[in-house]
Design a protein around this ligand. Structure first.
Ligand SMILES: Cc1cc2nc3c(=O)[nH]c(=O)nc-3n(C[C@H](O)[C@H](O)[C@H](O)COP(=O)(O)OP(=O)(O)OC[C@H]3O[C@@H](n4cnc5c(N)ncnc54)[C@H](O)[C@@H]3O)c2cc1C
Ligand code: SF4
Length: 343
């Protein structure tokens, strides 16, 4: 039995003061990850600071022509919000690809970004794990590593970040708004999560005294051409083996702008800006998509049980790009294909 105390914060500054006063304290939002980690003996907070009463549960316009998602909005509220569905369908789809309806009703947007890896050894306290206990080593490198990273891993840790929402947020170039003892700051989404390096115990760049207050979405939502493709062992209630978030801006058959982020393959959402540049100005053909997929996965390095992700990932990228291009065509008769040639 690990004792902990409990406090309920009623405003953001109070929550920040509470967390700053005790380095062993943790915020609790939906509790869908934190409580599991406590039950599994992976984490032992000395104090839980309940933030559910904070006024951070609204979705509203922001100053940059986009939407601000309060950190305490649930995943379900966000995914089904009319403005999110209409302006950021990629985000809705990514959220709905995750977890289960019950979990999405509890899980908050802030908590979702901070969920911890699903590496089996991280949850198994009988095995060495440098993410759980720094310096003890990585059981997954020589162990069962089917779910693990093929990009950006280190000798210290090959875990993946397991979330879905974050892949869409990375593709949309969202910004995370945080507040701590030294005031408010914004973290660009690509800088929010970290690669493991020598400090795999640190998942992200949020400071110990900071709370996520909201997430800002820029105006551009890639409404007409986007796709979220999640490949997993079961079609629901399972984490991604490979996920692809794509947003495209098309000029006829040609790609004007591309965003491409992979999930389930690295310690953070894996955005490949070089691949995006390669796509830009290209015609939407299978050959061009194949060329880009080869480029992306040319840099991948797998392990005994997860090297299949390289071929799976290539196919997923090609399929997601095709889906993103075709979604407009399906609704637009002038683009209906007459030949059997796949895009
Ligand atoms: C069986 C199962 C399947 C799942 N499948 C998926 C899936 O397929 N895809 C997916 O994306 N997710 C999946 N999830 C994860 C789920 O989405 C997350 O557990 C959830 O989003 C976490 O949100 P929460 O509000 O419950 O966070 P909590 O569990 O309350 O907190 C998680 C962490 O975030 C911190 N925290 C919470 N809010 C804040 C804040 N505002 N500021 C600073 N720190 C904060 C807490 O201190 C804690 O460390 C699954 C979970 C389970 C249990
Ligand atoms: S991959 Fe990371 S989380 Fe998993 S055992 Fe290795 S160090 Fe721990």
């Amino acid at each position: 039995m690990n004792n902990f105390s409990y406090a309920r914060a009623i405003d953001v500054s109070g929550a920040v003061s509470e967390i700053s006063a005790d380095t062993g304290a943790k915020f609790i939002a939906g509790g869908t990850n934190l409580i599991d980690l406590m039950k599994e003996n992976v984490t032992h907070p000395s104090r839980l600071i309940d933030i559910n009463r904070l006024p951070l549960n609204r979705i509203e316009e922001n100053e940059i022509g986009g939407l601000r998602l309060g950190a305490l909005c649930t995943n379900a509220e966000t995914a089904y919000h009319a403005e999110v569905e209409n302006r950021y369908p990629l985000l809705s789809k990514a959220i709905l690809a995750g977890a289960s309806p019950q979990l999405r009703n509890m899980a908050t947007d802030g908590g979702n970004l901070l969920q911890r890896t699903r590496c089996y050894y991280f949850y198994d306290t009988a095995t060495p794990c440098s993410k759980r206990e720094p310096g003890t080593g990585c059981s997954a490198i020589e162990g069962f590593n089917r779910m693990h990273a093929i990009f950006g891993w280190s000798e210290q840790c090959i875990a993946t970040y397991p979330g879905d929402m974050a892949n869409a947020l990375a593709a949309l170039e969202a910004v995370v708004n945080v507040e701590g003892e030294s005031g408010k700051r914004q973290i660009k989404f690509e800088d929010f999560h970290r690669l493991p390096g020598d400090t795999p115990n640190i998942d992200n760049n949020l400071r110990g005294d900071e709370i996520i207050t909201s997430i800002d979405l820029p105006e551009k939502g890639f409404v007409e051409h986007h796709a979220y493709l999640k490949l997993r062992d079961r079609t629901s209630y399972a984490f991604a083996l490979v996920a692809v978030a794509v947003g495209l801006e098309m000029d006829g058959d040609s790609i004007k702008e591309a965003r491409l982020v992979l999930g389930g393959v690295a310690h953070k959402p894996w955005r490949d800006k070089e691949a995006e540049k390669l796509l830009e100005g290209k015609t939407a053909t299978k050959e061009n998509f194949q060329m880009v997929a080869e480029k992306i996965f040319g840099e991948a390095k797998g392990f005994e049980h997860n090297s299949f992700k390289i071929e799976l990932g290539k196919r997923a990228v090609i399929r997601a790009l095709r889906q993103a291009v075709e979604m407009k065509r399906e609704n637009d008769s002038q683009f209906h294909r007459t030949s059997s040639e796949p895009v």
